[in-house]
Design a protein around this ligand. Sequence first.
Ligand code: AMP
Ligand code: MG
Length: 337
Amino acid sequence: MTAEILSTHTPALFAAAAGRAAALLRAGEVVALPTETVYGLAGNAFDAAVVAKIYSAKGRPAHNPVIVHVDSRAMAAACASLWPAMADRLADAFWPGPLTLVVPRAAHIPDIVTAGGPTVAVRWPLHPLMPAVIRACGFPLAAPSANLSDQLSPTNAAHVAKQLGDRIPLIVDGGDCNVGIESTVVDVTGPEPRVLRPGMISAEAIAAACGGMRDAERGMRKEDGALRSPGMLAKHYSPRAKLVVLEWRDEADLLARLGAMGRGLADVHVLAHTQIPLGGKFSHVSVIPYDAEAFARAFYGELHRCDDEGAALIVVEALPDHPDWAGITDRLRRAAA
Ligand code: AMP
Ligand code: MG
């Protein structure tokens, strides 16, 4: 199988791509669709056999649950046995957008979607393509990132084609992802919102949106067990090359640090934002913006490029310790693990 790639940059192309995706999805196929976070590999969330196809196309371990994508709050609530008041607050503030809410699952959500757990993760994406497809299908879409398990998430259609092009029938090209890293995942089943996976919507913004709620309004139970974050592996979102995060004063300092690590400079790619090594000593130097949103948008694309160009070592200049950067710092840590 070689994936057909459909573009969406005119209204007619958009409608044709959404229609083709919906037809394949209604026929029980899985297709890659753009969202504002990363590209997703989508299938009917109500059909366990279809979700099993997603897992096998990705080589995804069964203990890692998938996010269910919806096109309305009503569709999200229909996936839940209970819709907490906190979920309404967060949906008011951030939906549609890069926020995933973990709520108690409805009985009709297949086990394979939740990895057998008592909760389901739901998100209403902002990128218009997936909601248009969901509307045409009439069912929500289970969609993990459209990459092979443990490899880099895709932020454009070419990234998807590289990893899954021979395993799926269709990739819809919706352009470069505007957010660029995976959604913030928040558990709203307890008395306080808990961030299970940081992202570009910060923990501070989540807490602020839930501020001022009366205790009785907030949660569903006072006591809650251990933090539920299935699938949150230390090593994830990784390029093939080894990745290290370093701080350096200037180029001489960076060269000394790499020397101390016993590294030559062959196939070393540097991603810098402030202290840019300009001496021509490295295989590649990228300047990435010192701005959290712009950095997130560029980051996976840079890692894909490093892999494509055969980098042996990726050196990333250390990031600020600031809430706006928490999601990126998390992905950088997993890429370096
Ligand atoms: P991906 O779709 O590849 O970005 O991965 C989805 C991630 O969402 C998983 O790795 C989990 O961290 C999280 N997730 C999905 N479903 C649940 C759930 N029911 N409870 C907690 N976290 C979840
Ligand atoms: Mg993923």
